[in-house]
Design a protein around this ligand. Structure first.
Ligand code: GLC
Length: 439
């Protein structure tokens, strides 16, 4: 796959919503504290029609590109009796999950449509919080192949793919050009350039999302998959005590020990790491495609000076984790027919196009990745499509949250140099065995 150079991207033409999103942060924080946010007017209950139709809420993790409110207004204009109110929860997947599960467990029925991280399907379905869906209502044949599997539990559809995601390696093209080198296509090259080149140009070497939260599970799982290992095997048995897992964690821990991963990166989520890159403080960054738009924006110091390539691994190309989110209908939804139609609307071709053009998020409909007009505006689409098609899912487990918490804690300790990678891997094997009962 070719490197994608920002100056060819035309991405600067994209409406930049970062400032708006940043300003909105305070508002979101205030309403999250208050426990509820309504981004659209019309939060009032409205007429219940007894036919499964009426107003509803859509709960989502933070809308980092500020596109979802306007998008839902498109639905609201055409459905005045079935208005949807956006409820924005925190940015991080873990905090959003915590708020959703507290509400769903208490049965308060506050949320009708749930925008769920792809890893929550098994847990939410097994708990009876989300309703099974009939595939015939949704364009399931139009989705990129791997995304549908994340929406099923025990061969039943419980959600509908909405956004997909795959990690990319962002690099400073101007710096690599001056040094006369190509972007790294293996860990050895990445490590060498981060170690030797970055300090020469006054930059930090490499960062990802290394705060202990779901983002660190993603980064660690990618390192493990890239080295040929896995966390749980196909039958859900613990698979971490292997040389490949030690290689994966060793790569991340060594980066901090040898200084080519700045210690500060141990506190980064997606947003802090994006900011560090677009402030011109990093040579390399692992992040999702949404960061491309921010780094191309008017307030970015690296606009026109960066590119993005697939993630490297120890033997050439690495493996990205499959990210993204699916839409589900709460088992207690007040108006399930309207909820179902809203999901069909959000996965329709014109709305999916806007998910990319307005939201800078990777759509789930396969045809958009080959649309010449979109490929011209977002030249990274072909590379992204290949990354999504070869991305590997995180373990499917009804206890995924606990699996992830164990991975985050152990990997963070290894990266902070509190425990060596060998001991970390043995500890992780013990903890995961206790969680899964399947050592
Ligand atoms: C992105 C991904 C999601 C992942 C999260 C981790 O939102 O789409 O799947 O869990 O990042 O921070």
């Amino acid at each position: 796959m070719d490197a994608v150079d920002e100056d060819r991207a035309g991405a600067r033409e994209e409406p930049m919503r970062w400032i708006r999103a940043a300003g909105r942060g305070l508002l979101v924080a205030a309403v999250v504290l208050a426990g509820h946010v309504s981004a659209g007017a019309g939060a009032a209950p409205g007429p219940a029609r007894g036919d499964g139709r009426g107003p509803m809420t859509l709960a989502t993790a933070g809308d980092l590109t500020g596109y979802l409110g306007p998008l839902l207004e498109g639905w609201n204009r055409g459905h005045p009796d079935e208005r949807v109110t956006l409820v924005e929860l925190p940015d991080s997947a873990d905090e959003t999950r915590a708020q959703l599960t507290t509400s769903l467990r208490s049965g308060d029925g506050r949320y009708d449509v749930l925008n769920m991280d792809v890893t929550w399907t098994s847990e939410f379905a097994a708990a009876g919080w989300i309703a099974p869906l009939e595939a015939k209502h949704f364009p399931v044949g139009s989705f990129l192949r791997p995304v549908l599997d994340t929406a099923t539990y025990r061969e039943t559809l419980y959600a509908v793919p909405y956004v997909t995601n795959a990690g990319m390696l962002y690099y400073r093209k101007d710096v690599l050009d001056r040094a006369g080198v190509s972007p790294p296509s293996s860990w050895a090259e990445l490590e060498k350039q981060a170690k030797t080149l970055a300090p020469r140009f006054g930059l930090g070497g490499y960062a990802g999302q290394f705060l202990p939260y779901e983002g660190l599970t993603v980064n660690a799982t990618e390192a493990v998959y890239s080295a040929g290992g896995s966390i749980l095997d196909g039958e859900g048995r613990v698979a971490v005590d292997s040389p490949a897992v030690r290689t994966g964690l060793g790569f991340l821990a060594r980066g901090v020990r040898d200084g080519w991963i700045p210690r500060e990166a141990l506190t980064y989520t997606e947003e802090e790491s994006r900011q560090a890159f677009q402030d011109g403080r990093l040579l390399f960054l692992r992040n999702w495609p949404y960061a491309y738009a921010g780094a191309s924006g008017a307030d970015s110091r690296v606009a026109g000076k960066f590119g993005a390539v697939p993630l490297p691994g120890p033997r050439g190309s690495g493996t990205s984790v499959l990210g993204g989110s699916n839409l589900a209908v709460s088992a207690r939804a007040r108006h399930p027919e309207s909820a179902r139609d809203l999901i069909a609307y959000l996965t329709s071709a014109p709305v999916q196009r806007k998910v990319l053009t307005e939201g800078a998020l990777p759509p789930v409909r396969a045809e958009l990745y080959q649309d010449p007009e979109l490929v011209r505006r977002f030249p990274y689409l072909p590379a992204l499509r290949a990354s999504v098609l070869s991305a590997a899912a995180r373990p499917k487990s009804t206890r995924y949250d606990q699996v992830s918490l164990a991975v985050q804690a152990v990997v963070h300790d290894a990266m902070a140099q509190h425990q060596n990678p060998g001991d970390s891997v043995r500890r992780l094997a013990r903890e995961l065995s206790a969680i899964t009962d399947r050592g």
